[in-house]
Structure formats: C-alpha cells, structure tokens
Design a protein around this ligand. Sequence first.
Ligand SMILES: *[C@@H]1O[C@H](CO)[C@@H](O)[C@H](O)[C@H]1NC(C)=O
Length: 369
Amino acid sequence: MSCSACQWTSLRPFLSGSLVMLCFISLFIMYRSDIKYLDFGKDSQFCPAFLCGDKAQIHHPNPKSVTKLDAENDTIVLIWMWPFGYRFELDCNTFDIKRCHLTGDKTLYQKAHGIIFNHGDMNGNLENLPKMPRPSFQKWVWSNMESPANSPRILGLNRVFNLTCNYRHDSNIQVPYGYLLPVTSEDKSFKLPAKDKLVCWIVSNWARQQKRVQYYNELKKYVKIHTYGQAFGHHISNEDYPKILSSCKFYLSFENSIYEDYITEKFYNPLIWGSVPVVLGPPKQNYEDHAPPDSFIHVNDFSSPQKLAERLLYLDQNNAEYMRFFNWRSIFKVKRSEFGREHACKTCRYLQNHKEYQAFDDLISWYWG
Ligand SMILES: *[C@@H]1O[C@H](CO)[C@@H](O)[C@H](O)[C@H]1NC(C)=O
C-alpha cells in the first residue's frame, strides 16, 4: 500500500509500523473467525441459537472445502441455501461416510447428484429454487428440522422434491435431534453432578396457548420451578447453560408443539448434562422409540400437574429411587446431531445407496396433514 497522501514524511515510519500492526491484527481476526466455534457435534454441548429459537445469535464461520472433486467417483451434494445462514464444514469423514463432495458452489448444479433445500430458508415461496432444467439423475431433498407448527406451509411443495430429510422416522433421510450410542471403554463412567435445585426450566419462546405454558402454570403451584431464559427475562449464556442443567434434579423438557418424533434438544441436553427430563411432547411410547423408559418422566403418566409435583417431591426425598433414572448410563451415552452437516452427509450416503427413481408427490399432506 502506498501513502501518497501523506505529507509529513517524519510520520512515515510510525504510519507504516501501524499498517503492519493492522495487517497482523486483521489476519489474526480472519484466522480466528475460521475456527469452528459453532460446531454442535461432540465438542459443543449447547443448543445452537437457531435451534433454540433465538435466531439472533447465529455465527458465520467460513466453509472449508476439504476435498478436491473427483467427479467420476464422488457423490456431489449441493447445499442450495446454508440453513439459517449457518455455514458448516463440508466434510463427512467424521461420520465415516466416504466419497462425498459437499459443496455450496452453485456452478456445480449440472453435476450434483442431490441438492438440499432448507425449508426455513425458502421464504414462504419457491422463488429461490433453481430455475435451470433438472438433470435426469439429480434428486432434490426437502430438509427441515422444525415442527409443522413452526414451518410455514408453502403452496407448490408437491411434486417438486424427491426425498425428505427430517427428524421424522418415516422420512427418507432421518436425522433425529440426538441418539443413544453404546458406551465404549474410552468413555468416562458417569458421575452424577452436584444438585442444589429440584426442578428447572429454560424457555425462550412463550405463548399462552402452548400446552407447556398451561402445564407449567399449574405445576408451579405445587413445586418450586427455577426458571431461566428469555421468557422469564433471564437470558443465560452458553457457558451457564450446562451448569444450570447439571445442578437440577429434574428439567422440564417441554416441547413447543406436539408431533410424532418431534423430540428435540430440550430432551437430549438434560440427558447429556446429568439431569432427568420431565417430558411433555408426543406420547410416552414415542419417547421410548428414542430413549430407554427409565431415562425420563412423562407428564401423561400423571392424572394432574399436582400429582406430578408430588412424585418429584417424593423422589427428592428418596435418593435410591431417583438414582434409578441413571442406570441406563452404564450402557448408553447421548450424542446430539450436528445441524446441517449431518443432514448433508446422511443425504450423501442415502444417494449412494439409492440410485433408483424416487419422487415425493404429496409433501404438504405428509407434513402438515
Ligand atoms: C425427482 O422428482 C421429480 C419431480 O417429481 C421428477 O420429475 C424426477 O424425475 C425425479 N428424479 C429422480 C432422479 O428420481
């Protein structure tokens, strides 16, 4: 960079020194912003902002193109829109899924075996879908992790997509919010964190007509509930989140809307952090499709919120019985899905195993009923 505007030559050494410093500082910032600080895989335990309903906190790490394209052998998956602006890493090796080329590069449209569209980024219409003719081998994947109540119904969704990628067990590519894996010899044995609260709840999205809000309003008459989150004007940081969960014997895993398989991080987080989820959501049987029966308490097992409160107060006094909620931990550990990347990698694997013709004619009634 030249400094032709500088009149005072005596200042030159000082100015060029500052320039060099500035360069270093900006390089450092660029380097830092490349670090994955929003990886909700094995290292990150908190709910990403947009999954927890707080879309204001999204970070934008730069995507890293990890592999070179081997057009002959690789399955190309084009991410048409970064889900809620979140650019995840384009690498499937940690899932042990090979020969995938994930890309955000739209110039690869003609070559892509599959294209992923995130429902939440469709802006209520199909305007931002590709306009070019679709290659005959290419499959379009409708991806969505929000429940029907939180997903705008878009006209024209039928006869557009070939595959669904969703938390539902009957989607083509199922990505639940989390799952239970067998413990291995490398895993540390579980130690119950110290508890100083009986019941806790962290909630941001609050609406009077929600079943969970009505249930909470009754329950709190019979047992003290420690409340946090935007709904209670008590925003908590990512650091405090696991601390709060760990310090409570029970956590209210109340879903914002009730649908089959819609069992979110609200359930998996307390399991990860050593609290017992008290669930309000789909029926108990559906929870048991995803987690052992002795890992949670279902509100439907109680004739009233008062009866549930009595049970929680009883368990507070009977530690041996409370401890039974942790028996499953000698066999399983909990893993949360990685938003975005896991969807793309599982899509890639699905495409590798399914080259046949597939079409999804009635997405609207499948999802919204
Ligand atoms: C994908 O679905 C569309 C729309 O139904 C259909 O025209 C196309 O042939 C399908 N492609 C494949 C590869 O199955």
